[in-house]
Design a protein around this ligand. Sequence first.
Ligand code: HEC
Length: 115
Amino acid sequence: MIYVRLLSAVVASAGFVMFAATPALAADAARGQETYDRVGCALCHGSVGQGPVSGPKLAPDPLPFVAIRDYIRAPAQIMPPYREATLSDEEIADIHAYLESIPPAPDLEDTILAE
Ligand code: HEC
């Protein structure tokens, strides 16, 4: 009987860990791009996070998910905060996946400007 209880406790906590890890695992760049445009990030940070419209460059090489999430919840200056009710952690994970999917700009030598 003790083994059964122990086993169900282990299964339950494993389930919890999987659930807790879900946002990062399920993050979807295409959905993130849609959210990024819908909630207005693009208006200030540019359509591909290139900055600077009024906000700084976010991509390529975005900050880690936790840093972006914490910043969005409590920005330092001009940027408006986004609360959980407006923008969930899952949606921020999607936005982060989108920012990570943005490739670096081509080298100047590979562009028409170099000719
Ligand atoms: C009204 C304009 C505006 C909107 C909308 C906005 N931002 Fe910002 N963001 C800023 C500005 C300006 C800063 C620079 C610091 C500050 O004012 O807080 C900034 C800073 C940041 C930073 C910190 C960058 C760094 O390198 O330190 C992150 C991350 C960020 N924004 C992400 C987002 C995301 C994601 C969204 C959409 C959910 C968003 N922002 C929406 C204007 C905006």
